[in-house]
Design a protein around this ligand. Structure first.
Ligand code: GLA
Length: 424
């Protein structure tokens, strides 16, 4: 017998049969098919909250509006930097007494988050917010999500948030393992698609990357980046030490996050800036800048907007690269990329790093040479080679047996695209 269904039941059946049901199992939110690109307040602006003393540097609506404007007017949005993410220290110390909702600090965010989100969206950008899965945010400035997952996910959805950076301070390892999937589920249930950036592995002694990749679009696998070459190198070795497991679990929709790009601040030389950008692209990392867009020097802006390198990062094969060779203080990093030729050989991005520190001449440019097949470049058709830092520089055709020779600045890098030839 046919039983008439209530309006609510019909809505529920439609909801389930439209695939919404699937989305509550694992993340599968269809987002971050290529690594997200954007800008974030930490590490440059840290937790500066004194707007009276430091009006240009405090975490505030003014900083976010100014950055939204600059992302567009300075051409960053046009090359892909899309997510504008407010890190820690945006919150009021406690929840709203009556509704228990999170509240932004009203002195620094007087318009509130919905209006600020609208401003970001109006500029064609996407809006990201920081939260913490435990009792407090890492800077201890606001409440964590503990016991309020559904409410906080709803609040974020109602503000139009597109990206959540979820930290893991003030939580036990067990809370972390339960909390990340549960908050992801709460986000899915809002129906508002939000990229889910998790710091989960960082808070675990033995991270289960396969599990984390099921629940997050990206995950931090190393300590916080600092504004220094040493920090960039440290994160690179953290990656290369674990690269097999990190690569195995990453791909479209799920990416390893080595933390923000610190280009454009105080301490990275021009060459070190090239290192961070190129190796982040080889890793298939999110390219999230943290800098004052108003004071980024022109040559660093040019690096950040290098379309050829961005294309390596965003490559549609979706396979993160790795370090394939370490000899003395040289490292060679390789990523398989498109295009492929008609017999299925792919192209490659290859980065040669000179870490510096040689006994004889620690801070000199150094020559490095290697036969290409040793790096895994084995297509017998050969490769046409282009300098990714200078696309007008075409180095010609190279076969796997050829030795590739490059001269690398100290604490610097050279970076080439090896485009595989067609198999005529
Ligand atoms: C942690 C995170 C950083 C940043 C700070 C903010 O240290 O790893 O990226 O979000 O918290 O408090």
């Amino acid at each position: 017998m046919l039983v008439p269904k209530s309006h609510l039941e019909i809505v529920l059946i439609l909801f389930l049969s439209c695939g919404a049901f699937q989305s509550v199992h694992g993340l599968e939110n269809g987002l971050a098919l290529v690594p997200p690109m954007g800008w974030m307040t930490f590490e440059r602006f840290r937790c500066m909250t004194n707007c009276e003393l430091f009006p240009r540097d405090c975490i505030s609506e003014a900083l976010i509006r100014r950055t939204a404007d600059l992302l567009v007017s300075e051409g960053y949005a046009a090359v892909g930097y899309q997510y504008l993410i407010i890190d820690d220290c945006w919150m009021e110390a406690s929840r709203d007494r009556a509704t228990h909702e999170l509240q932004p600090n009203l002195n620094r965010f007087p318009s509130g988050m919905r209006v600020l989100g609208d401003y970001i969206h109006y500029n064609g950008l996407k809006f990201g917010l920081y939260h913490d899965v435990g009792e407090k945010t890492c800077m201890f400035r606001g409440p964590g999500a503990a016991r309020h997952f559904e409410l906080d996910a709803q609040t974020f959805a109602s503000w139009g948030v597109d990206y959540v950076k979820m930290d893991g301070c003030y939580a036990t390892e067990e809370d972390i393992d339960r909390g990340y999937p549960d908050f992801g589920m709460a986000m899915n249930l809002t129906g508002k698609p939000m990229v889910y950036s998790c710091s989960w592995p960082f808070y675990k002694s033995k991270p289960d990357y396969a599990l984390i990749a099921k629940h997050c679009n990206l995950w931090r696998f190393a300590a916080d980046v600092q504004d220094s070459f040493a920090s960039v190198i440290k994160i690179m070795s953290r990656y290369s030490n674990k690269q097999d497991v990190l690569i195995a679990n990453a791909g479209p929709g799920r990416w390893n996050d080595p933390d923000m790009l610190v280009l454009g601040n105080f301490r990275l030389s021009y060459d070190a800036s090239r290192v961070q950008l190129a190796i982040w692209a080889v890793m298939g990392a999110p390219l999230i800048m943290t800098n004052d867009l108003e004071t980024v020097r022109p040559e660093i802006k040019q690096l950040l907007q290098n379309r050829d390198i961005i294309a390596i990062d965003q490559d549609s094969l979706g396979q993160p690269g790795k370090m394939v060779l370490k000899v003395q203080n040289f490292q060679v990093w390789v990523r398989s990329v498109n295009p492929m030729n008609d017999v299925g050989d792919n192209s490659f991005a290859v980065a040669f790093v000179n870490q510096g520190g040689y006994a004889l001449c620690p801070l000199c440019p150094q020559k490095f040479e290697v036969p290409l097949h040793r790096l895994g470049l084995k297509s017998r058709m050969g490769y046409n080679v282009m300098d990714l830092f200078n696309s007008t520089e075409n180095l010609g055709l190279f076969k796997p047996k050829d030795r590739f020779i490059t001269r690398i600045n100290p604490e610097g890098i050279t970076f080439y695209k090896f485009t595989v030839m067609a198999n005529y």
